[in-house]
Structures are given as C-alpha cells and as structure tokens.
Write a protein that binds this ligand. Structure first.
Ligand code: SAM
Length: 340
C-alpha cells in the first residue's frame, strides 16, 4: 500500500488525531492521506451528507412507533380501487408511466411503510395528503417509491465493450460528452466514467447522469455503493477507481472523488426537452423505455435523439425494441443505434 506520511490538513499538533473530511485513514500505517491516494480504504468521516440523511430519520417522523403492529397492518392492508386509480393517475402525470391494473399489490407494498410512517389511516388518506397544495416533497417521495431503480455496474457488458472500442478508435481524441439518461442510483454513469478514465486519461470528457427519482440521485451523488454485483466490473477497476469502506462502512465502496467530480448528476424528466443539457456523442437510455407505452416511448426517444450529435450513438436496453418507431436512427448493433 502506498501512502504519503504527511500530516492531515486539520491537524495542528502534527499528530493524526481527528480526520479531516477530505482525508482518509490508512489502516496499515495509521497516517493520513487524501482520498486521491492509492490506499483503498476510507474512514467514517468521509461519508457524504446524503448518506447521513438517508439512514438517520428523526424520530418525530415515526408516530407509528407508538402503534401496535397489528393495528398498523389492519389500517393500510387494503388499497382501495379509488386510491389505486388516483395513484395511477398521479404517477402517469409525473413520470409518463402507466401502472397497469393488476399492479395493486406492488403499489401497496411500495407505499405501505410511508403511509404508516405518516400515521395515516389508509391509502385513501395518503392520496388526499398527496394532492394537498404545498406537498411537493411528499409527491417527490411517492415518485421515488414508485419508480423501479434496479441497476448494477457494467450491466449489459456488450455496450461497455463497444464503448471501449469507440474510445480506442473514433472517440480517442477530442472532447466527449456522454449522457446516462435514466441513471438510477449511479452504477451506470460511474461505469461509463471508469471506462473513460481508463481509456481517455486526458480527462477531456464529461458524463451527465439524470433521473426522475431524487432518492436515486442522492445515492448517485454520494458515490457510495454496496459491494455486491461487481462481477462484471473489469479486473483492476475496483482497486483503481474505488475506496473500500472500513468499520461501520465495511461492505461498501466509495467511487473516488476525482471520478465523482467528472459525473454531473441532475434531475431530468424524460418527458421534458433535454435542450438545457446540451448535445452528446453517446446517450445511454437503458432499461427505462420498457416502462412506457408506444406513444410515450416515441415522444421520449424523439426528445433524447434531439440531444444526440449527428453520428452520435444511442444505447438502449437489450430487451428494449425500437421496432415500429419512426426515428432518425440507423441500427449499428444489437441495442445500439446511430443518429442520421
Ligand atoms: C431500471 S432503472 C435503469 C437504470 C440504468 N439505466 C440501467 O440500465 O441499469 C429505470 C430508471 O428510469 C427512471 N425513470 C422512470 N421514469 C422516468 C422519467 N419520466 N424521467 C426520468 N427518469 C425516469 C427511474 O427512476 C429509474 O431509475
């Protein structure tokens, strides 16, 4: 393990006592080093604020604690037809996704804890609460709970193999912009950033990561992930681009700050124009289209393609078909299209 034997910026006495937030502790030699060093550990002080927010809810938000478990279960066990229709309409307006009838169990399971936490007697009462003026935060929370955020590092590796070929060939020089257009909790944009950092060490690139779920975006911004489903990550990337959590963060990894700084994370609804984001050489729009009906899919694709430079590439999920859509795209490979 390489580490500088320097004193942390916050220590005046010359003794490494309390860690500065930008410093990490090397367990091997007990000296301090910056997060950009090659030591593969980080200390608890480096945790991002959002992680804190997420894991420590104030107890005043837990009125249900005073209730007996069986009462709570009785209160919210049934999702009425009226409540389901209201939630269906709310989510379709917000995201463009139509929750199919038959998804009542899914919706109830995703929202039940929240309804209980608020101390509300039923899903109907929750719908009333959602529609009250000024309850934007609650509406965002409901969107967070209703979206499906399944993702993992280097998912659908054929796309990353193609990206590597591009970065060694036509995209080996010049500025590059890549958009992860439904980035979820961030594994996709950081996979892209790792590929770029590896093959374009000049740093003349940027990754933009967007999603509709603020909770997913908080996770993406934190750059902290469970150490799981990493089997598709190329050998050496974990040690090169991530720090391993110790102590209470054991079992987690933190993407290195230099890489986190290259990924711009922001909220963007795919139903809206992406003009403010600028234009891109490559767009990853994967495993999101599958949730939309044909008309919404066409509208979203048109908006996303508007942000592709001529000749730019669009990657969609391997299970997503563009068949039947009239779009200025030419198929290049499975789930890869070029803007014409
Ligand atoms: C299954 S994840 C896909 C994550 C990643 N692209 C991948 O392939 O692993 C789908 C994401 O689409 C997002 N999403 C759904 N509707 C959206 C919308 N209208 N605008 C932006 N993002 C949306 C969800 O929040 C979710 O994070």
């Amino acid at each position: 393990m390489r580490c500088s034997k320097s004193t942390p910026p916050s220590s005046k006495s010359g003794q490494a006592s309390a860690p500065a937030c930008a410093a990490i502790s090397c367990r091997a030699c007990s000296t301090w080093m910056t997060a950009s060093s090659s030591c593969w550990t980080w200390s608890a002080c480096c945790r991002p604020r959002s992680w804190n927010n997420w894991s420590h809810r104030p107890s005043r938000l837990r009125p249900w604690r005073a209730l007996k478990f069986k009462d709570v279960c009785l209160m919210t066990s049934a999702l009425s037809e009226r409540a389901f229709l209201q939630l269906q309409r709310f989510f379709a307006d917000a995201s463009g996704i139509q929750l199919a009838s038959g998804k009542q169990t899914l919706v109830a399971s995703r929202l039940r804890k929240r309804v209980e936490l608020l101390g509300l007697p039923s899903f109907d009462a929750y719908c009333d609460h959602l529609s009250m003026p000024g309850n934007e935060d609650e509406r965002q929370r409901a969107i967070d709970l209703l979206t499906t955020n399944e993702t993992y590092f280097f998912r659908e590796p054929a796309h990353f193999e193609m990206l590597s070929r591009l970065l060694r060939g036509p995209l080996s020089t010049g500025a590059i912009r890549i958009w992860s257009a439904a980035c979820s909790t961030g594994e996709e944009p950081y996979s892209i950033a790792m590929s770029l950092a590896d093959l374009r060490p000049d740093g003349n690139w940027e990754v933009v990561a967007s999603d509709l779920s603020s909770r997913a975006l908080d996770a993406a911004r934190s750059g902290m992930f469970r150490m799981q489903r990493l089997e598709l990550m190329p050998a050496g990337y974990l040690q090169r681009f991530c720090l391993r959590g110790t102590g209470k963060y054991a079992g987690n990894l933190l993407v290195q700050r230099t890489l986190r700084q290259k990924v711009r994370v922001l909220m963007h609804n795919l139903l809206d124009s992406g003009a403010m984001l600028g234009r891109f050489d490559v767009v990853f729009l994967r495993n999101a289209l599958i949730y939309f009906d044909a008309a919404k899919k066409q509208a979203i694709l048109s908006r996303v393609i508007d942000q592709l430079l001529p000749g730019g590439l669009l990657f969609v999920g391997h299970s997503e078909s563009l068949h039947g859509h009239r779009l200025p795209l030419q198929r290049v490979d499975k789930a890869v299209y070029r803007r014409i």
